[in-house]
Design a protein around this ligand. Structure first.
Ligand SMILES: [Zn+2]
Length: 121
């Protein structure tokens, strides 16, 4: 299952970072996920829980931010947001826009650690 291998590498990455930060407790992982990344959000959430079990980050939340599908319109010379990947045309001038500039993201944007919360007290 594709999502499980993605989840496992996220868990590994988070464990490494937490260790590098002095063994802090990870509260949450913030992930940016594009609709065209090929990863199903719900499946990833489920796989993440499974993958995190028995690791130092067990119990951490996975927070997924879905990114928009964006294209570069050659006519407008501007980045436009598409409502759906099925129709790859500029929503403003209707020019075909084969060049995707966003929507395939799969990146770990931030780690929320226990220390951060303590620092604000
Ligand atoms: Zn356009």
């Amino acid at each position: 299952m594709h999502e499980l291998s993605v989840a496992t590498s996220l868990v590994d990455m988070a464990c490494e970072k937490a260790h590098a930060m002095g063994g802090v407790r990870v509260e949450a992982l913030h992930l940016r996920l594009g609709p065209l990344s090929g990863v199903v959000k719900d499946a990833l959430l489920f796989s993440f829980e499974v993958a995190a079990q028995g690791t130092p980050i067990e119990g951490a939340r996975l927070v997924i931010e879905t990114t928009p599908i964006t294209v570069l319109c050659p006519t407008c010379a501007e980045e436009r947001v598409l409502a759906s990947a099925q129709r790859r045309r500029c929503p403003v001038c209707d020019t075909p826009t084969p060049e995707l500039t966003g929507g395939r993201e799969l990146e770990l944007r931030a780690l929320e650690v226990w220390e951060d919360a303590a620092a604000h007290r």
